[in-house]
Design a protein around this ligand. Structure first.
Ligand code: ACO
Length: 309
């Protein structure tokens, strides 16, 4: 969907959306394409790139807040679709930070047993929880999936340091109030759009800039590095102004920050792996480079991971 498509739906303009968010287009999945389908496609591409087969995968971790079902987990659905017969599969509901939480959990599993291979995925069908009558949120979100195979690196690369944090007191700044056991679906709630994503955008914005900066500085400090050592920052793609503010705080030139928000919008847990994959396939990451991944999302929850490629 382009910004022009949204001009027909709500009171907005291409100029407002680009200047306030940096978004020009987002991808919307067909009605019969679900998060598990997108995740499975991403996983197949990742396994092909890593040169491994479904039988080689020991752990599948899926970050999502838009699973196909409430039970079984999205990870078990994806496991079945891919034939990961030797794996344990489980979900992480950490909104936009899901992929970074997945990396953080997979890292000690591989450190403990270097023969292990972990598949970490972020997938979201955010269009299924977007209120297309709310101009403050509907222009932001898109559907996507991204995946990575993690294995022990004998050449000195790996996940060098990680950081995760959340603050449940701020949960109502970005939430889906209806649909759980506390507030089940009723015709009235659905009619009022309370079953969709609700966000206090400007308040989330401030916390996002502050905490993404602190998380980034923490993983750099733990690794004994500074912003100067980073070859590429791959931030969660929520808003170009958040990314600009983060780059400024870290004193990292924009040329070393990967941005693809204009094509996809905010794809929550898929955002970081999608950007990582594009950056990698475009040859922007070389062996030995330090790459900083950082994300922030509903919970509120945030985290960062410093990777040596
Ligand atoms: N078109 C035109 N005007 C709009 C639109 C729109 N699409 N949306 C809001 N406005 C208006 C508002 O109504 C308001 O008008 P008013 O002043 O007359 O009341 C004005 O623009 C300013 O609204 P703000 O909400 O203050 O706008 P802001 O500059 O903060 O931008 C945005 C809004 C883009 C949502 C921004 O706050 C943001 O990106 N927030 C962070 C989002 C984020 O990082 N979320 C976390 C991850 S998402 C996840 O976890 C799934």
């Amino acid at each position: 969907m382009t910004n022009a498509d949204f001009e027909k739906l709500v009171d907005t303009s291409d100029e407002w959306i680009i200047s306030r968010t940096g978004i020009k287009e987002r991808r919307i999945a067909d009605a019969d394409m679900f998060g598990s389908d997108m995740a499975s496609n991403a996983c197949r591409n990742a396994m092909e790139m890593a040169g491994c087969s479904p039988e080689d995968i020991d752990v599948l971790i899926v970050g999502t807040v838009t699973p196909d079902y409430r039970l079984p987990s999205e990870a078990c659905v994806v496991q079945e679709k891919l034939g990961l017969v030797n794996a344990v599969a489980f979900d992480i509901a950490a909104a936009c930070t899901g992929f970074i939480n997945g990396l953080t959990i997979a890292r000690p599993m591989i450190e403990t047993d270097p023969t292990k291979k972990c598949l970490v995925v972020g997938c979201e069908k955010l269009s299924s929880i977007t209120n297309y009558k709310d101009r403050g949120t509907c222009v932001l979100f898109g559907d996507a999936a991204g995946a990575a195979v993690l294995a022990a690196d004998t050449n000195g690369g790996g996940i060098i340091s990680t950081f995760m944090k959340s603050d449940g007191r701020l949960g109502e700044l970005l939430w889906q109030e209806i649909g759980g056991t506390k507030n089940p679906y009723t015709p009235e709630n659905v009619y009022n759009g309370r079953d969709k994503l609700i966000m206090s955008g400007s308040e989330v914005f401030k916390v996002a800039v502050r905490e993404m900066s602190i998380a980034s500085e923490k993983v750099l400090k733990d690794a004994g590095l500074t912003g100067d050592d980073i070859s590429l920052v791959i931030p969660h793609q929520a808003n170009i102004r958040i990314i600009d503010a983060l780059a400024k705080r870290l004193k990292v030139d924009k040329s070393r920050v990967f941005i693809n928000i204009e094509k996809y919008g905010n794809t929550s847990s898929a955002s970081v792996p999608l950007a990582l994959d594009e950056a990698n396939r475009q040859g922007k990451i070389k062996p030995g480079d330090y790459v900083l991944l950082v994300a922030f999302g509903g919970g509120l929850i945030w985290g960062a991971a410093l990777v040596k490629w």
